[in-house]
Design a protein around this ligand. Structure first.
Ligand SMILES: Cc1cc2nc3c(=O)[nH]c(=O)nc-3n(C[C@H](O)[C@H](O)[C@H](O)COP(=O)(O)O)c2cc1C
Length: 178
């Protein structure tokens, strides 16, 4: 048996993360959902503005709406929960406004890693800046004007073959010069 120390466990979690698009019908524990959101809120953000908001959903009607959100959202046929992360424009500062996109991206990646650590599975669905996807969500959730839908995580208990990829590519690493 191989025993891993804490560092190895964390690095392995990052290296093993993969998108999961098929789920069992077991629900995600509410405590786990909270831990996932907490991980999302621990992300770095420009000027520490934390311009994110989260809509967590597990109701059948909402999950069904998500199936037809766009061409690549069919995993909601089996996902038992979802998280819509939004940017709060009131938490941004004019000159640096566009950095909210990076802040929310970091938050999503944190949540995906938490999902992996909890032996759950999830996948990131791109929303912003695709206008018609944003508009569908703005209308559906009746989002206030200052709230921009950014991305969705579909999640649940994995029901697929593990197919993590090794993405290491030495050619993409430039030491000290291009
Ligand atoms: C910005 C962004 C948008 C994505 N949108 C979708 C999507 O709409 N549907 C989907 O199935 N996967 C989506 N993905 C997941 C990617 O397809 C996936 O990360 C990629 O194929 C690499 O696989 P891996 O996550 O297993 O490493 C998205 C990922 C990112 C970062």
């Amino acid at each position: 048996m191989i025993f891993m120390n804490d560092k190895e466990i964390i690095i392995n979690n990052i290296l093993n993360r993969r998108s999961v698009r098929k789920f069992t019908n077991e629900n995600v524990d509410e405590k786990d959902l909270e831990l996932i959101i907490k991980s999302g809120m621990s992300a770095p953000s420009a000027l520490n503005l934390q311009p994110w908001e989260f809509i967590v959903f597990d109701e059948e009607e909402i999950l069904e709406f998500m199936v037809d959100l766009h061409d690549y959202s069919k995993m909601f046929k089996t996902a038992t929960a979802g998280i819509l992360i939004c940017g709060n424009m009131e938490k941004t500062i004019a000159e640096y406004r566009e950095l909210w996109v990076q802040d929310c991206s970091a938050s999503i990646e944190n949540m995906l890693l938490a999902i992996e650590a909890l032996n759950l599975g999830g996948v990131w669905l791109g929303i912003y800046p695709i206008k018609h996807r944003c508009n569908k969500l703005i209308n559906y959730f009746k989002l206030p004007e200052n709230i921009v839908p950014f991305g969705i995580i579909a999640l649940g208990h994995p029901d697929d073959e593990n197919k993590k990829q090794d993405k290491w590519d030495e050619k993409k690493v430039h030491w000290n010069k291009w």
